[in-house]
Design a protein around this ligand. Structure first.
Ligand code: CA
Length: 226
């Protein structure tokens, strides 16, 4: 199956040139010539990679990327004529995988595409989740703090993963029971509190952190620091 690339670029001639070169390398290519269309196409989940220009009519590339990242983790390489450090930093902060400044040699673009795709294939769809010095790798089912492994039971792991996926959001006991215990839940109402205590004893207490907080009367939240 060939790799599908979306080019979001308003300079149509340039977009067609890149398309031709990518076709020649065996990639399938679609094009969008404005930000809104590009965002809609990128959100379909059909693409393995998006090449996203910054200066676009309708919605600029930074805004497209910001909105795209709310729902999709598709790799994005930003294309731009501007070459300021500010752009580079804000592009990477908003979730771009890489950045290339126009004009560029097509070989350089091809090399960056290969690198981004390779990095993603090593961590497919399961980005590592973090809070402070805590890292949870859903693909490997590993938890580390400051490079030390933390042994967790399956339920502890699932609970921690769900908290991290919702970092900064206060989750009610009911929500946690439904998402983490689901149909296994046998009616024991203090299960969440018990497992939160297990997590705290294995993480916060061992490593002297305060990642998991109790919000009285509401539930629990994990934050980078409390
Ligand atoms: Ca442009």
């Amino acid at each position: 199956m060939s790799i599908k690339v979306l080019i979001v670029e308003d300079e149509e001639k340039f977009a067609r040139f890149v398309e031709m070169e990518l076709n020649y390398e065996g990639y399938k290519v679609d094009k969008a010539f404005d930000g809104r269309t590009g965002l809609e196409m990128a959100q379909t989940g059909e693409y393995d990679l998006v090449l996203l220009d910054i200066m676009l009519p309708g919605l600029n590339g930074m805004e497209v990327l910001r909105r795209l990242r709310r729902t999709a983790s598709v790799p994005v390489i930003m294309l731009t004529a501007r070459d300021t450090v500010v752009d580079k930093v804000s592009g990477l902060d908003s979730g771009a995988d890489d950045y290339i400044t126009k004009p560029f040699a097509i070989e350089e673009l091809l090399a960056r595409i290969r690198i981004v795709l390779r990095q993603r294939s090593q961590h497919p769809e399961h980005p590592v989740l973090k809070a402070g010095e805590l890292c949870l790798d859903p693909g490997r089912r590993q938890v580390t703090v400051k490079d030390s492994y933390v042994e967790l039971t399956k339920r502890e792991f699932d609970l921690l993963q769900y908290l991290l996926e919702n970092k900064g959001l206060v989750l009610s006991r009911e929500q946690l029971l439904e998402k983490v215990w689901g149909f296994d839940f046998g009616g024991e109402t203090n299960a969440v509190d018990v497992y939160i205590r297990f997590l705290r004893s294995k993480i916060d207490e061992v490593f002297d952190l305060k990642l998991i907080s109790t919000v009285r009367g509401v539930g629990y939240v994990i934050r980078d620091e409390n």
